[in-house]
Write a protein that binds this ligand. Sequence first.
Ligand code: MLT
Length: 263
Amino acid sequence: MNSVRINGTNLAYTDTGVGRPIVLIHGYPFNRSLWTEQIPALSNSNRIIAPDLRGFGDSDASPDVSTMNSLATDVAVLMDQLEIPRATIGGLSMGGYVALAFYKQFPSRVRALVLADTRAQGDTEEAKQTRAQQAEKALSEGMAGIADAMLPKLLTPETVSKRPEIVKFVRDMMLQTKPEGAAAALRGMAEREDQTELLMKITVPTLILVGAEDAITPVADSEKMQNAIDDSRLVVLDHAGHVSNLERTQQFNDAFLHFLTHS
Ligand code: MLT
């Protein structure tokens, strides 16, 4: 396992393949194994960097709030350490919030963007309160209750009933998350900026992917991003919910590879 010390915290990452660099940023409360099905498909012709964000997977948690800007800065420092000046930046859900924060801070370091099952808007007041409660719950009870409540929102009913291996994989990822890391990220997501204005300033080719049945960041959120980002295309994946890369692996990978070839 590769690991590097960034801003006082040990961060784990995968670095594999040769070619144009792509950074893949996982969502909440997952880790870099979210990309298990993408890494072999994409690393045939690209270099893939997939970090565990601070507080997730094999990375240490830090006591501070994990703002989207600080997580994006971690990614930029990791790229510095790996001598990668510019990359395609891809993120799923919270990873997409981090990718947008990255673009805002470091636009010249982004060759292209891949925004999967995510949105540009910030949280409503109600969502912020729910995040605060979830953060307390994670710290006092651990991740099991959060994982069980999230699963039916993350996956389609069809996946939940017919694909137990995906249910187990997603649940296990959530259970591996450190409660302190989850709480720090929940607080960071609650205070994230609304990036709607940023969308019109994005000048790099952008692929937007979303599960047709995504219950957390619905298709309408992706349509808004696609309408606002000039050089963007939207792919809606049938029979997929919020973790469309796992529920519709082949279609997700095909769309990603097609985008890389044509951008
Ligand atoms: C994620 O999958 O990263 C989260 O569900 C995003 C969110 O809670 O807004």
